[in-house]
Design a protein around this ligand. Structure first.
Ligand code: NAD
Length: 715
């Protein structure tokens, strides 16, 4: 049999080893016929004692076929539903056979992979870091449609299944065992198949071993079904709580809850059919297409090195110098040391450098306290960081990243002074958030080795690094920065040089539009609430306070000096508001004692009352949808302009960068993908409406018309 190896031993145990064409086993079109053929053959055996299902690949089974899933349309919905039901029917045939099936899980069993394992009576997994178990479907806008939701509820109950089904949590085998998803673990891969066989032998006379819990008479779902008073009370609250969390923007979690509720109310097979129906509906949504595109295909593209120059050997960073032990420098030191890289953390005084290192100590202590690291390891990480005020300590660094104040003169000065300490062929990176790399590189003797390595705050939490290629930056320097980013386990996007690059420039439009709405007289709470309603993590005024109005003023002044102020659009409205806030009222943002908001000691905040007197006009009414669209479309338009002018090198970098760097709503699949499912023509029309009502900044960039004329999407 091609793809599934079928091997029957003398004891009547059949081992099916899945080895499908391609790198992984998955629910590709080849899967169903293979499984059907294997199950038919098993059903025809007459002295069968048991079945072991395992894999010849490094993963057990990779799950659904996303290439097919992303093509679901209302036109093919019926076929889609029938296919799902057909696969589930084969799973049911396995479950109805009078002999037990064991899943011998040798590698990741996620999504459809776990569902296949759940069609087996007993699940044993190799307890290794290489093995992950869970239902990640929700993170792609889908639900586990191969029985995962219903069986998850049968095995773990509503409460227990929540984090797996609705949050998409993936766990190690030992944790999956505690949760009730699998039965047993083995500590080495060599033990896996012998143990599976031994279990079958132990249970050869045990009829119950071949009956699934959902087919067992009198079986009780953990925590009870919908008739249980506690569950009955919980269900309506769960719906409301979920809505609060997703803001109604994510269809998958609420459909999962619907199916889970059905599993508590109706019989197993009916619940399974309801699951298939909801899965079919979800697969057609724009949100699912957006999330699959961004979080699967484009994330793989970005992390797989599509933007890394080819033909350059992998570059390993051994010793990194970090200049400036402030907020950013201390975070960069921590993530570098965590990756095992030797770090020289330099500031203008030993005291300032020590303070920067103390930040790592704090984070490491927290890890130890939480049991996530032992003291010895934490000590070893900390020992990698040398805080200093001495230039000589930088000798031999193969990478230096400067994170000193955002001031072009200072950055030029330290480049001239400290570049000579780089090891032969070493690379100089700047963590500037706005200044053009090409201009910064003017102070360098090796501009080809000069690059932007833009981190996000807080560095230890934010997963993205934006790498900026200056006019003279070489491929070798780009490869070095790219590989360093991977070394510290972050996701690198690569963009071309431009004022504000991609992320800061695009993010700036969100803040600008929020500030414009304020100056037009809209209620500040409404502005921030509608920013969140669109799916941004924080409202525009609140986030402006966080990055600080003061920083905005400084950047604006620097740009004025450089003659590039308002290069990307009229900033006068925001400039006016910022000036009033800072110059007239001393409100520079959270760090500066308060801005649009007042901050209390307990961490809570309220709108600064002066804001109402200054800006609020109760008579001003703007439709909610217009407010939402203004806040979102400004960012989308700016991202498209970045693509049009080649600041963005790829659509994938734009989508992943916008979600991971600036918090673009996940349901959009990224600021550019948003246009694909909104519809290019509809997007243009809506831009025209917004432009007519609110100004030229809303006109769709020409690249949209070009794509439309070519009949293409942004891919
Ligand atoms: P910060 O003010 O917290 O830290 C700057 C540090 O640089 C200070 O500790 C200062 O003593 C030190 N320094 C100044 N001159 C020095 C010199 N000659 N040699 C060594 N150290 C020197 O600033 P920050 O927020 O960490 O920002 C640093 C850089 O990172 C800036 O370019 C900023 O634009 C960029 N950045 C900031 C953020 C953010 O969210 N804060 C995000 C991305 C990038």
């Amino acid at each position: 049999m091609n793809g599934f190896n079928y091997d029957k031993d003398a004891d009547g145990v059949v081992t099916i080893t899945m080895d499908m064409e391609g790198p992984v086993n998955s629910m590709s079109p080849a899967f169903q016929p293979l499984l059907e053929e294997a199950v038919s053959k098993l059903e025809a055996e007459n002295d069968l004692k048991g079945v072991i299902l395992t894999s010849a690949k490094s993963t057990f089974f990779a799950g659904g076929d996303l290439k097919t899933l992303v093509q679901a349309t209302p036109e093919n919905a019926e076929d889609f539903f029938n296919n799902v039901e057909a696969i589930k029917a084969i799973f049911r045939r396995m479950e109805k056979m009078p002999v037990p099936f064991v899943a011998a899980i040798n590698g990741a069993a996620l999504g459809g992979g776990l569902e296949l394992a759940l069609a087996c009576n007993y699940r044993i997994a190799w307890d290794s870091k290489a093995v992950q178990i869970g239902f990640p479907e929700v993170t792609l806008g889908l639900l586990p449609g191969g029985g995962g939701v219903v069986k998850g509820i049968y095995l773990m109950g509503l409460m227990g299944a929540n984090e797996y089904l609705i949050e998409g949590k993936r766990v190690a085998p030992s944790k999956a065992q505690q949760a009730g998803l699998i039965h047993e673990t083995v500590s080495s891969l060599d033990e896996l198949l012998p143990r599976a066989k031994a279990w079958l032998v132990e249970n050869s006379d045990n009829e119950a071993a071949s009956v699934q819990p959902w087919d067992t008479q009198g079986y009780k779902i953990p925590g009870g079904n919908a008739n249980n008073p506690q569950v009955a009370q919980m269900l309506p609250a769960a719906t409301a709580m979920l809505y609060q969390k997703t803001r109604g923007l994510m269809p998958a979690p609420s459909k999962i809850l619907d199916v889970a509720t059905s599993a508590l109310r109706v019989d197993f097979d009916t619940a399974m059919r309801i699951e298939s129906r909801n899965f079919t509906a979800l697969a057609q949504t724009a949100v699912a297409k957006n999330m699959i595109t961004a979080f699967f295909f484009q994330m793989n593209q970005v992390n797989g090195g599509a933007s890394r120059p080819k033909n350059i050997e992998p570059q390993v960073t051994k010793k990194v110098g970090i200049l400036g032990a402030g907020m950013m420098g201390q975070g960069i030191a921590y993530v570098s040391a965590m990756a095992g890289i030797e770090v020289v953390l330099k500031d203008i005084s030993q005291e300032a450098a020590d303070k920067g290192k103390a930040y790592s100590e704090q984070l490491l202590n927290k890890r130890v306290a939480k049991g996530r690291m032992n003291e010895e390891k934490a000590g070893a990480v900390l020992a990698l960081i040398t805080p200093t005020a001495d230039n000589d300590a930088l000798s031999g660094c193969d990478l230096i990243i400067e994170a000193v104040f955002e001031n072009i003169k200072l950055k030029h000065q330290i480049t001239e002074e400290l570049e000579p300490y780089l090891a032969e062929g070493g690379v100089w990176g700047s963590n500037t958030s706005t200044l053009p790399i090409t201009e910064l590189a003017e102070a360098s003797k090796n501009a080809e080795n000069f690059i932007g390595i833009h981190f996000f705050s807080p560095v230890d939490k934010m997963p993205l690094v934006e790498i900026i290629v200056g006019e003279k930056t070489s491929d070798a320097a780009l490869a070095k920065a790219f590989d360093y980013t991977k070394q510290i386990r972050k996701t690198p996007i690569v963009v071309n040089d431009s004022l504000g690059f991609f992320t800061s420039r695009t993010f700036g439009t969100y803040i600008d539009e929020g500030t414009r709405l304020l100056s037009e007289g809209l209620h500040p709470v409404k502005i921030d609430n509608l920013g969140k309603a669109v799916g941004m993590p924080v409202g525009p005024l609140a986030v402006f306070d966080e990055v600080s109005l003061e920083l905005n003023r400084k950047a604006d002044e620097t740009w004025a000096e450089m003659g590039v102020r308002d290069k990307w659009g009229d900033g006068s409205v925001t400039r006016g508001v910022v000036s009033t806030m800072i110059n007239d009222h001393g409100r520079g943002g959270r760090y500066h004692g308060g801005g649009f908001y007042e901050y209390r000691e307990d961490g809570s905040k309220t709108i600064w009352p002066g804001l109402y007197d200054l800006f609020y006009k109760p008579e001003v009414a703007i439709a909610d949808q217009d407010i939402r669209d203004r806040l979102l479309f400004r960012q989308v338009i700016e991202a498209l302009k970045c693509l049009e002018t080649n600041v963005l090198r790829t659509v994938a970098d734009g989508n992943i960068g916008s979600i991971m760097g600036i918090g673009a709503p996940v349901w959009t699949g990224g600021l550019i993908q948003f246009v694909n499912t909104y519809g290019l023509a509809q997007f243009t029309a809506r831009c025209d409406e917004l432009a007519a009502a609110y100004g030229d900044r809303f006109h769709a960039p020409g690249i949209v018309a070009e794509k439309l004329a070519a009949g293409e999407l942004f891919a």
